[in-house]
Design a protein around this ligand. Structure first.
Ligand SMILES: Nc1ncnc2c1ncn2[C@@H]1O[C@H](COP(=O)(O)OP(=O)(O)OP(=O)(O)O)[C@@H](O)[C@H]1O
Ligand SMILES: [Mg+2]
Length: 255
């Protein structure tokens, strides 16, 4: 009897221990992140088990401080877990060194942040070119690709504007263009509409809908239920673990 109980408990803690299956893009097994603050330890994540398939559209919700940004940073290979395993497109990322992490991040992931994170003194074109400079793309190809992706987010007429010469929504579209220029398969967005009015937020979410329709996998952190409803699946994080995981109303309301 005691052995049986133990087995049930460990199966609950490790539902993803077997790693990725066909079509899985993001798989975490009992992911922990502990921040050391002097002699204090903050357990920001306490055993996150998540499985996201190719071309899923997922919203992550949860109270402030529940661990959403920490989880996004781990999923995006910006940080490493303290414990547990993470597979990205079948690679066991928890075993990669910093160089390999940077390479896989550059190739597979496009990030969009609440505060846009654009270079203030650079034009839209230059901001979007930057990821291509980092990976050594020749100048002519760089400019052509940056222009094309800016046009795809309807900023063809704002290529030479600097961030302070753009509206908030336009800045976020530059940031999305920058996230897309390396043709990543996964778009991660942490509160992408947090600094925008609701009408502009809707425009940005329409852009994510397009990207999803084009085959990208999308994970969006938001505290706004209206924004989360753009996604097809809503995962709620509480105290550093998954508290609920269900299809959005968009998916359940009459197909
Ligand atoms: N670099 C850090 N060092 C120490 N503690 C941290 C660090 N980053 C986050 N934390 C702590 O980890 C917990 C989770 O933080 P996180 O930023 O992931 O929350 P969040 O869900 O994104 O919150 P919000 O909705 O406010 O953005 C919080 O208690 C926070 O104080
Ligand atoms: Mg956050």
């Amino acid at each position: 009897m005691p052995t049986e109980v133990q087995e049930i408990v460990s199966a609950e803690a490790h539902p993803n221990a077997g790693g990725p299956g066909p079509g899985d893009v993001i798989v975490t097994d009992n992911l922990w992140k502990t921040y050391e603050m002097g002699d204090q330890q903050v357990n920001a994540l306490r055993g996150v088990n998540l499985r996201i398939k190719h071309n899923e559209y997922v919203a992550i919700m949860g109270p402030s401080g529940s661990g959403k940004s920490t989880l996004m940073n781990l999923i995006g290979c910006l940080d490493s877990p303290s414990k547990g395993k993470y597979w990205l497109n079948g690679h066991n990322v928890s075993e990669l060194n910093d160089d390999e992490l940077a390479r896989i991040r550059n190739k597979e992931i496009g990030f969009v942040f609440q505060t846009f994170n654009l270079l203030a003194r650079a034009t839209s074109l230059h901001n979007v070119e930057l990821p291509l400079i980092y990976n050594g793309t020749p100048a002519a190809e760089r400019i052509a690709r940056a222009k094309a992706v800016l046009e795809s987010v309807n900023l063809g007429s704002r290529m030479m504007h600097k961030p302070n010469e753009l509206s908030g929504g336009q800045r976020q579209r530059v940031a999305i263009a920058r996230a897309l220029v390396n043709k990543p398969s996964i778009i991660l967005a942490d509160e992408p509409t947090g600094n925008l009015d609701s009408k502009t937020g809707v425009e940005i979410m329409a852009l994510f809908d397009d990207l999803h329709a084009k085959g990208n996998t999308i994970v969006v952190v938001t505290h706004e239920p209206d924004i989360a409803e753009y996604a097809h699946r809503i995962v709620t994080i509480r105290d550093g673990a998954v508290a609920s995981d269900h299809p959005s109303a968009r998916m359940t309301a009459g197909g």
